[in-house]
Design a protein around this ligand. Structure first.
Ligand code: BDR
Ligand code: CA
Length: 326
């Protein structure tokens, strides 16, 4: 059994919460820490939600509070119609923000420093699993560029690469995590660490249907009940915005790639992120098979982009992981 030492960088977030549960229950993942970032809600709320989730599912895993704003742009507003007023689907939370009240530990270091120190303490072993805006990762790189050579790999949920005509979910050109901090994302794609992007091209084809969620609720004990409760607002959003009676599996797909990369097909090549203009946040890969020169790409490392997956296999993996742990 291969173990993955993971720092989970997240903006919980309904699907972030489901992906945390997936990691905690997967026998090949050892969570070293959870770092919060603004995104689906304010940094105050995403950090409070991370404390709640850690207290409930991973009490020994420390939380480090991360960036409140993007590197350059203004912070986006929260998304109550997608993730609920509290960011985790309006499930009941303990009052206040005291980590002890959640049964969790708040590390005194800012997230990017926690990342640097943890990577340096475990050279060559740490996977950064980032499913929010990439700001904490970019800040860590800026403060200590050598960590790019010391992490084992980076797996992100982010981007839309035009496969099957997939363009974006917050604009006709951009996916939310990249759009929320495109400058950070461009730095993260350009660093010399091995990175895989699990973007909308595959996550919007990985769908937990209403029937799947009901079966999980009925068969997977308290975990299944949690997934059901936390996903009600999120499910309503998919129904009203897209007529989809189910939910896209965004952040859990990054976890699935980490533990079962054989379920995915990837394409290699450097990636750029547009940082201005009407297509700000657009992710563009130059496939490694493309023969033409493209100076804005050619000086950058090749990274992997998921272009297809065994979607049923991913759904089976999530379900089987919760059932096996129950
Ligand atoms: C991504 O954006 C967030 O709203 C989700 O949590 C996910 O990480 C999907 O575009
Ligand atoms: Ca997220």
């Amino acid at each position: 059994m291969s173990m993955h030492k993971v720092i989970y960088d997240t903006d919980p977030g309904v699907d972030d919460a489901m992906a945390l549960l997936f990691q905690v229950r997967h026998p090949e993942i050892e969570l070293l820490g959870i770092t919060s970032v603004f995104g689906n809600a304010t940094i105050e709320d995403t950090t409070r939600n991370a404390l709640f989730l850690a207290g409930r599912f991973a009490p020994h895993v420390p939380i480090a509070r991360g960036a409140a704003t993007p590197l350059v742009r203004e912070a986006p507003g929260p998304l109550p119609f997608i993730h609920g007023n509290n960011g985790v689907g309006d499930i009941e939370l303990p009052a206040g923000t005291d980590p002890a009240a959640f049964g969790a530990t708040l590390d005194p270091r800012p997230a990017h420093r926690f990342i640097i120190d943890t990577v340096r303490a475990n050279p060559g072993e740490v996977t950064l699993l980032a499913v929010g805006p990439m700001t904490n990762l970019a800040l860590a790189l800026a403060e200590d560029p050598e960590i790019a050579k010391l992490v084992k790999q980076v797996v992100i949920m982010g981007g839309a690469f035009g496969i099957h005509g997939t363009l974006g979910n917050v604009s006709p050109a951009a996916e939310a995590n990249i759009f929320n901090d495109p400058h950070a994302a461009d730095l993260v794609f350009g660093a010399t660490w091995p990175l895989t992007a699990v973007g909308l091209d595959v996550t919007q084809l990985t769908i937990m249907s209403a029937g799947y969620l009901k079966a999980l609720r009925d068969e997977a004990g308290a975990d299944g009940q949690f997934v059901w409760e936390v996903s009600r607002v999120y499910h309503d959003f998919h129904l009203s915005s897209e007529g989809l009676d189910g939910i896209y599996v965004h952040d859990s797909s990054a976890v699935a790639f980490l533990v079962r990369p054989d379920l995915y097909t990837v394409r290699g090549g450097p990636v750029r992120v547009l940082t201005e203009g009407i297509a700000i946040g657009q992710t563009i890969q130059k496939p490694s098979t493309m023969p033409v020169p493209a100076p804005e790409w050619d000086t950058r490392p090749s990274q992997s982009v998921c272009i297809a997956a065994d979607y049923a296999g991913v759904l089976d993996l999530y379900r089987a992981t919760l059932l096996a742990a129950g």
